[in-house]
Design a protein around this ligand. Structure first.
Ligand code: ATP
Ligand code: MG
Length: 440
């Protein structure tokens, strides 16, 4: 036998429910349900779906995300195209690609556009629970919108998504908010920060000493416990915000207050990417250990220009799909089942064409039916078929026995409700009884 091959470290298979696996990753049924729920909620807010390539020019991310960020410094999968020498990168996030596409196609010609995408992104990180090298992001962007109304609407939309998924705000997830101001305000704050950290340079760890001049704001993002007191006492951006920035934040908060959505203003929330201004936010959970951020985003009014477009205000967020589904599993919330409505059990010598035609009629009437797949020797004993029917999670077994079939009937046997009786139904009129089999 040839050697077995394994998936690349940190890159996962998403498999059907019931396939045993060692990691706790979600099954594909849960995954698809998440996608359907997202589609449903986002379309109610006017967001449209789009797809951009997985591979982009490296320059897009260097210019868009920023040279001194973790992502560009050490997390990108980059290479040189052997045909033409182009510098290429597997996308580490989706926003930069979307902005590139909008500029390239002049997509905002007719005004603002709300879009979303969902797909894999790649980061060369140390794999652990909730942190992978390929993971999926739901990416949502409101493009061409400057006002705080859109910031607030975007955040409220995430709350709707939590509700649709069964997550309770305050109990399972909570909102953290900050205002990063405008570039000039950030420059003043940055100067104050550098001066402060220079005074305490001996207390900075290696990473932070390196960032002191390249990206001092990122020092505030440190996870090093030894530096927390130092960071706590550092100059705050809020003290450098002008009236317009403050008014923007206040307007967002006024909507959240009116909508009864609790939040915490976290002055240390700076986000890992360089392009943000004004509103930034994260949805965090305490139920996933240190990988607690499930969703993060903010406004990036300068990014279009940085990528060669016209000045265009915009705001968006990214949500980690694996982390979110891990959270749903962790909380043991009632999740939708991917079991079929019915399982077809087939008796010895029964004419297969009649069975398969009857099943197709049921499916046309909206019932999901799993056909017992027979081996070379036929369908096997009824007993073993009922075992399979039970294991499938189906609520009914459809028993195609020779006697019933001769009378033009099929027996419908409830599998989950011991008090319900078996019935006989006419094969020729599936519409008459199909509705009774469908999920409530
Ligand atoms: P973190 O601080 O956890 O590294 P981040 O700030 O790098 O997160 P973003 O770039 O904002 O993350 O990506 C959006 C979301 O994608 C995060 O909130 C998180 O849920 C998820 N995410 C980020 N990195 C990973 C990863 N390596 N594996 C799985 N999910 C991830
Ligand atoms: Mg990260």
């Amino acid at each position: 036998m040839a050697d077995k091959l394994s998936a690349v470290k940190g890159m996962n298979d998403i498999l059907p429910a019931g396939v045993p696996r060692k990691d706790k990753l979600p099954d594909s049924g849960l995954w698809r349900w998440f996608e359907r729920t997202v589609d449903d909620v986002l379309s109610r807010y006017g967001y449209q779906y789009l797809l951009t390539p997985m591979v982009e020019p490296t320059a897009l991310f260097v210019r868009g995300i920023g040279q001194a960020t973790d992502i560009v410094e050490k997390e990108m999968y980059s290479w040189t195209d052997s045909m033409n020498g182009d510098a290429l990168t597997l996308r580490p996030e989706i926003t930069a690609g979307i902005v590139r596409a909008m500029v390239e196609h002049n997509a905002l010609y007719n005004g603002p556009l709300r879009v979303w995408s969902l797909g894999p992104v790649f980061r060369h990180e140390r794999p652990q629970k909730g942190r992978y090298r390929q993971f999926f992001q739901l990416d949502v962007e409101a493009l061409g919108c400057a006002g705080p109304d859109v910031d607030a609407e975007l955040i409220l939309m995430v709350r709707s998504l939590w509700q649709a998924l069964g997550l309770v705000v305050g109990q399972h997830v909570r909102l953290e908010l900050n205002c990063l101001g405008q570039p000039d305000e950030r420059a003043a704050h940055r100067a104050a920060l550098v001066a402060y950290f220079q005074q305490h340079v001996a207390q900075l760890d290696d990473d932070s000493q390196r960032r002191l001049h390249s990206n001092p704001l990122r020092i505030l993002d440190t996870k090093n416990p030894a530096m927390q007191t130092l960071v706590e006492a550092a100059p705050k951006l809020v003290d450098h915000l002008g009236p317009a920035s403050k008014a923007h934040l206040d307007a967002v908060c006024a909507v959240l207050d009116a909508a009864g959505l609790p939040y915490r203003i976290n002055p240390r929330l700076v986000r890992g990417l360089d392009y943000y201004n004004l509103t930034v936010f994260e949805w965090v959970t305490d139920h996933l250990g240190s990988q607690g951020t499930v969703c993060g985003g903010g406004r990036y009014d300068g990014l279009f220009e940085q990528l060669g477009g016209k000045p265009t205000p915009a705001i968006g967020f990214g949500l980690g799909v694996e982390r979110l589904l891990l959270l749903l599993q962790e909380l043991q919330l009632p999740l939708p089942s991917s079991a079929p409505d019915a399982y077809a059990v087939v008796g010895e010598g029964v004419p297969l064409p009649t069975v398969l035609v009857a099943l197709d009629a049921l499916r046309a009437a909206g019932v999901s039916v799993l056909l017992h797949a027979s081996g070379r020797e036929g369908p096997g004993s009824l007993k073993s078929q009922f075992k399979k029917a039970d294991a499938s999670g189906a609520r009914y077994a459809l028993v195609f026995g020779a006697d019933e079939m001769a009378a033009g009937q099929v027996a419908v046997k409830p599998l989950r409700d011991a008090s319900a009786a078996q019935t006989l139904q006419p094969l020729a009129q599936p519409q008459a009884w199909a509705a009774g089999l469908r999920k409530p």
